[in-house]
Structures are given as structure tokens and as C-alpha cells.
Design a protein around this ligand. Structure first.
Ligand code: MG
Ligand code: MN
Length: 676
């Protein structure tokens, strides 16, 4: 809509000025001209949040994962280039961080000035036209950013490269971060791409014409909190909307026909402030923007069926992919998707402009409709073979050790051996962040919940099981299955009670008088069975009561937890934002949405502690079943041949009921004596 308005006024201005002169400055330049009425389609191809996923490989599971990886996105890119006569390939940031390979190249064995980052090596071979800088590009500090981007950043920081290092062979643009040293943009705020279009004139004849595409990049302002240790005093966030206006005008003045925003953020329509995380909604209203890339929130847009809140905002068309009329796309994350904006272009008096009515937007998945994945492009793997191999060797290296087996076989009936260390890591991380950044919450106790993510849904081997002994980095993936990030919520004692009541849906209601067998575990997923594991918190679950009335004797530090008591609870982005539909956990209670993965937080914690012991890291049961004598057997299913383990943990009220539960999935039926 903005473009049409701009074009209309531009037309009026040009008509007014149309005297003896040419009236169209572009036509002074022979290579840019086209006859008025010529048409072309320009496909803007978006990768976003690649997060150093180059190979279709899960470094934690040490196994291929075809659902991710740039080697398959590359196939989509080549398909799109075969389909469209005119394409621009643009990356929307969060590019070099996010896998073990990324960590390896930045921290473990940092690449030197002359080495191109593996992610950029792969991207360079695909021929990108431009990219922007995501929040995660700042994770490794400004010297590494300067080095890997191949841009001499004018900041005072120890270890800054003094020469241009090997980087991407495409421009990286970022408009809303300035250097404190010279108050100028840290990167070039924009680039203007001269693209030769294959077009057709009014008679249908194929012609060539140059279009000038202004590309302006923006990142998430909370980098100043997330990477404070690197950025404080060295760079600062400018007023994104102000600089957006300035640079749209500037690229237009320099002859840009159209303007594309690379916004490393999603959509948020709450009142604008310069520190707003996701600027996409506000940026869409800047006069003169023709198309916008979104990212950072790891979602698919457009998607008519999306239930994501940001895509239901007024002015957002999630079916057609427009935000306040601006064609927009978000291509998910980890190379799973390629965003495509098919810009319909018309040549007018002033040059090329966007025909909004004929422009469309889509997101293409590497996953085909039959559930298989597009083939990997064979040109990518050889480029990064050494880095890939080194990352695999690294993930097998020890980070510490444990004197106990950490498993979830009996997590449903009280074992916390695989959960307590996760809770400890999350709580320590959040407490540390609050101490340094959120003093207003410093007086509140920090608790943590986690759940047995692997709890037998897929059979007897679908449990977390980390052996006693050496711990390697990939064991952390077994302890924390999902690629969540740590979130902290501020809640009351009443909220905690409701939270635990919801988690207790994991259990069927048991009738103590029933003489026949009763199944203890319901269909409520194990990953929603949130558990405290701290000696500070204790509670009992009364499975004889209906859902909502099961949590009894909820105590904090030995005294009844009052409904008005306030706490901070460390959890993950999924739970804090409404995952599992826990009452009140709808995003409104989040006080810290960290950019760090729970799994990375766990790895750091173990590296720091080094030696995990059952006494300190695997035996703090916060909860027990309320004792009840049942007339008949109460049973549950778990992996076969694990009775000795139950006894070792101290679950002496467990016995083997039936060795094979008949499901054919390697499960036994165990009996639990709820009277003990
Ligand atoms: Mg991001
Ligand atoms: Mn990201």
C-alpha cells in the first residue's frame, strides 16, 4: 500500500515537472531504461535463521537429520532459480551461531582471519546478493563478528582484527546499530543492488532492463541486554523507525526503484519503543517499503493455518503474506524452508515499481508432501567436510562426569535423576541474569521446572538414559531433547499450584476400592509433566482425586506456600508462551525471554560443575504420591529389564507385574504400591 501511495505522488510530481526535460532521470542511463508498461517478475528468495545448520545433521544425536540443513535449502534455491527468470537471494540473519559446528568455529577452535566461516563458505557458493546481521551474530563478540563478516568494524574492543578478514562474498547491511566510537552505523546500513531483469515489453517481446533494489537491514534491539558483556559501551541501538525512514529516503534519492527490508524480527503491534524486540509490524508502515523479510521468531509466514499470535494481528494477512499491505515472508529456521516473494514489477515513468495486486508470497519446505525431503545439493558437503568432521569429534569429547545413571524410565513415579541437573542449570542461569540485569526481581526466589521429555511414547528405547561415567556434549541432548530457549516467568504461589495441577494430568484418577488393574499414566504427554526437583519445594500428588484437586501439602522451605507468595520460575519458551495450555502461562508472565538454548545452558553448567553426584544433582525429589492403599494393582509401563534400576534409585515400592506389556515396543508393566 505504501508503494502505491509513493508511486502515485511520484507520478503526480513527474507529471507536474514534465516540461521540455526528460521527466525520468533513469532514462538518462541507457542500461536502466525499459519502455513504459514493460513487466517482469522478481523473486526475492529468503533464508533466515540458518543458525549454522549447513549439513542435514544433528550433532547432539550424532545422526543425519534430513529435516534441516542448508545443503537442502540450496536445492530449493536452485529450483527457484530454474523457475524464475529473475531472483535475488538474501539472508535475514542468525547465520553463524546455533550448531556445534558454529560453536566449534567460534569458541572451541576459532577459525583464523584467513578462513571463511563454514556457513559463509556454503552461502558464497550459492551466490547471495545481500544479508543482514541477526542477534546471534553478536554472541561471539565484536572481534569475531568483524573477522567473520570480513568488515573492519570501527569499535574499541580488545582483539579487533586490523585488516579485512575472509568473509561472505556478499554485502551485509545493518541500519540500527551504531558504533559508540564514531556514532556511525557499525555496518553499511544498506546496499543498492543493480539487477538486470529479464522483462517483457507491452508487445510481449523479451527485453533486458536494470532495476535498482535498495536493501536495508535491521536487528533486534535487545542485543544490548543479551550480549551486554560484548556490546556495552561499544555499540548502541539507534531509533529503528527513524533510521528506516532516513535510509528509505536515501536509497530512493540514490535511484533505488524498490526497497526491501531485511528485518531480523517478527511482528509485535504493541506501542513502539526503540527497544522493541520485533519491529516488523512497525517497519511495515514506513512509507516506501516494497517488501519485507521477517525472522528471529522461527516461524512460517505466510501460513493460512498458523495459530501463532503475531500472525493474527490486525493488518496481518497470514494467508497472502502481507503486513499492513507489504508483501512479507518468514522462512522458518535451520534451512527448513525458503521464503519466496514473487514481486510483480511494472515499468512506469519513474522506473520500476511493484504491482501489489499481482505480487504473491509463499514459503517452500524442504519436506515434500509425501513426507520425504528434497535431496541435498551435492556441492555443499565437500566445502565444509573438515569443519563437519571436527565438530563431530568435538561433540564426543567429555564435559564432565557423573557418578550416577541419569534416566527417565521411572520419572513418572518419582525419579529425578535426569531432571534435577536441568532444573539446577536453568535456575542458576536465570538467577545470574536477574542479579545482573533485572534488579527489580532480585528478592524473589528462583525455582525451575523441567519434564521427562522422553517418556516411552515411542517404546522401550524412547527414554533418556545417560550412563554413569564420562559425560560428552551429546549426552546433554539426551538430557534436554528440545531446542528450546530458557524463559523465566514471574508467578504466584497460586499460579504454581495451578501449574502443578495441570502437570498432574499425567495421571489417571485412581479408585482405591477397585480390585482390578488400574493404569496410572494417562495420555497427557510426558513432556508436559513439569516437575520441581529442589529440596526447597515439596508437594504430594493425590491421584485418587479428580484433575484440578490433586496437589496437596505444597510447601516452600518447610512452610505452606501461600497463594500470594511470588516466585520466578525458570522454564522454556514453549511453556512460558502457552505451550501445553497451562493456566496463566500465555506469555504475559515472562520476565526474561533469553536467547540461550536450555541445552547450551545445561552444557555450560556441567562444564562448570565437572563432577555430578547423585547426592547433589540427582536425588532431590520435590514430589511424592500421597499414600493410599488400593484394593487392586496400580500399574504403569516402562522399558523392559529395569527393575534393578528402580531399586537402585530407592523406588522400593515398584515391582515387576508383567515382563512384556504386549505392545511389541520393548515395554514391561510395573506395579507401584501407592501405600508406601
Ligand atoms: Mg534471532
Ligand atoms: Mn534465530
Amino acid at each position: 500500500m505504501n508503494t502505491q501511495a509513493v508511486r502515485l505522488s511520484a507520478l503526480i510530481v513527474s507529471l507536474l515537472l514534465l516540461g521540455g526535460c526528460d521527466g525520468d532521470s533513469n532514462s538518462n542511463n541507457a542500461e536502466t531504461s525499459a519502455p513504459v508498461g514493460a513487466r517482469a517478475t522478481l523473486a526475492l528468495l529468503e533464508t533466515t535463521d540458518l543458525h549454522a545448520n549447513i549439513m542435514s545433521y544433528d550433532y547432539f544425536k550424532l545422526a543425519e537429520d534430513k529435516s534441516l540443513g542448508f545443503e537442502r535449502t540450496a536445492t530449493l534455491i536452485k529450483q527457484a532459480r530454474a523457475e524464475f527468470a529473475n531472483t535475488l537471494l538474501l539472508d535475514n540473519g542468525d547465520t553463524i551461531q546455533g550448531t556445534v559446528l558454529g560453536d566449534y568455529q567460534a569458541i572451541v577452535n576459532p577459525i583464523g582471519c584467513d578462513t571463511t566461516h563454514a556457513m559463509y563458505k556454503a552461502m558464497n557458493t550459492m551466490g547471495y546478493d545481500a544479508g543482514t546481521i541477526g542477534n546471534h551474530e553478536f554472541n561471539f563478540g565484536l572481534p569475531f563478528l568483524s573477522q567473520t563478516s570480513g568488515v573492519i568494524l570501527n569499535v574499541d574492543a580488545e582483539g579487533m582484527p586490523t585488516k579485512k578478514c575472509a568473509g561472505p562474498n556478499f554485502p551485509q547491511v545493518l541500519a540500527n546499530v551504531n558504533s559508540s566510537k564514531d556514532n556511525k552505523p557499525l555496518f553499511n546500513p544498506y546496499t543498492i543492488i543493480n539487477k538486470t531483469l529479464k522483462a517483457t515489453d507491452a508487445s510481449g517481446k523479451t527485453i533486458e532492463s536494470t532495476i535498482k533494489v535498495g536493501v536495508i537491514g535491521f536487528t533486534t534491539p535487545p542485543i544490548m541486554n543479551w550480549d551486554k558483556r560484548w556490546l556495552d559501551g561499544k555499540v548502541y541501538i539507534t531509533d529503528t523507525l527513524t533510521v528506516a525512514k532516513t535510509y528509505v529516503d536515501e536509497v530512493r534519492a540514490k535511484g533505488a526503484d524498490i526497497v526491501v527490508f531485511l528485518e531480523h524480527g517478527g511482528l509485535d503491534n504493541s506501542v513502539y519503543s526503540p527497544s522493541t524486540e520485533s519491529m516488523g509490524y512497525h517497519l511495515s508502515r514506513i512509507q516506501g517499503v516494497d517488501a519485507m523479510f521477517l525472522g528471529h521468531s522461527h516461524q512460517v509466514f505466510p501460513d493460512a493455518k498458523s495459530t501463532v499470535g503475531q500472525f493474527n494481528l490486525p493488518g496481518v494477512d497470514k494467508a497472502n503474506g502481507t503486513v499492513n499491505g507489504v508483501p512479507s515472508v518468514m522462512g522458518n529456521y535451520w534451512g527448513k524452508h525458503l521464503g519466496v516473494i514473487k514481486l510483480a514489477l511494472v515499468y512506469g515513468k519513474e522506473g520500476w515499481y511493484v504491482d501489489q495486486a499481482n505480487t504473491s508470497t509463499e514459503v517452500r519446505s524442504t519436506r515434500k508432501s509425501d513426507g520425504s525431503y528434497v535431496a541435498a545439493d551435492p556441492s555443499i558437503a565437500p566445502l565444509v567436510a573438515d569443519a563437519h568432521k571436527a565438530a563431530i569429534a568435538y561433540v564426543k569429547t567429555p564435559i564432565g562426569d557423573t557418578d550416577f545413571r541419569m534416566s527417565t524410565y521411572f520419572a513418572d513415579v518419582g525419579d529425578v535423576s535426569a531432571i534435577e541437573v536441568v532444573n539446577q542449570a536453568q535456575a542458576a542461569y536465570v538467577a545470574d541474569y536477574i542479579k545482573n540485569n533485572l534488579p527489580q526481581y532480585a528478592s524473589l526466589p528462583v525455582l525451575s521446572v523441567s519434564a521427562p521429555f522422553k517418556s516411552g511414547f515411542g517404546g522401550g528405547s524412547d527414554y533418556t538414559d545417560v550412563a554413569q561415567g564420562s559425560l560428552a556434549i551429546n549426552n546433554a541432548a539426551d538430557l534436554y531433547l528440545y531446542a528450546n530457549t530458557v524463559y523465566a516467568v514471574k508467578v504466584t504461589g497460586a499460579d504454581i499450584k495451578n501449574w502443578l495441577e495441570t502437570a498432574a494430568k499425567r495421571f489417571n484418577q485412581i479408585d482405591p476400592a477397585q480390585t482390578t488393574v488400574q493404569e496410572l499414566i494417562s495420555t497427557f504427554p510426558g513432556y508436559n509433566f513439569d516437575i520441581f526437583s529442589s529440596s526447597d519445594v515439596s508437594y504430594q500428588i493425590d491421584v485418587t482425586q479428580p484433575v484440578g484437586s490433586r496437589i496437596v501439602n505444597l510447601m516452600y522451605k518447610g512452610a505452606a506456600m501461600r497463594s500470594t507468595d511470588e516466585f520466578v520460575v525458570a522454564t522454556n519458551n514453549y511453556r512460558a508462551s502457552g505451550g501445553g495450555s497451562f493456566p496463566g502461562l500465555d506469555g504475559s508472565k515472562t520476565i526474561y525471554a533469553s536467547p540461550d538454548a536450555n541445552r547450551d545452558v545445561l552444557i555450560s553448567y556441567i562444564k562448570n560443575i565437572q563432577h555430578l553426584t547423585r547426592a547433589s544433582h540427582g536425588a532431590d525429589r520435590s514430589w511424592r504420591f500421597k499414600q493410599v492403599t488400593t484394593a487392586g494393582p496400580v500399574v504403569f509401563h516402562s522399558s523392559q529389564n529395569k527393575l534393578a534400576l528402580a531399586q537402585e534409585i530407592g523406588l522400593t515400592n515398584i515391582s515387576l507385574y508383567q515382563d512384556d506389556d504386549g505392545s511389541g515396543k520393548g515395554l514391561s508393566i510395573y506395579r507401584i504400591d501407592l501405600s508406601r
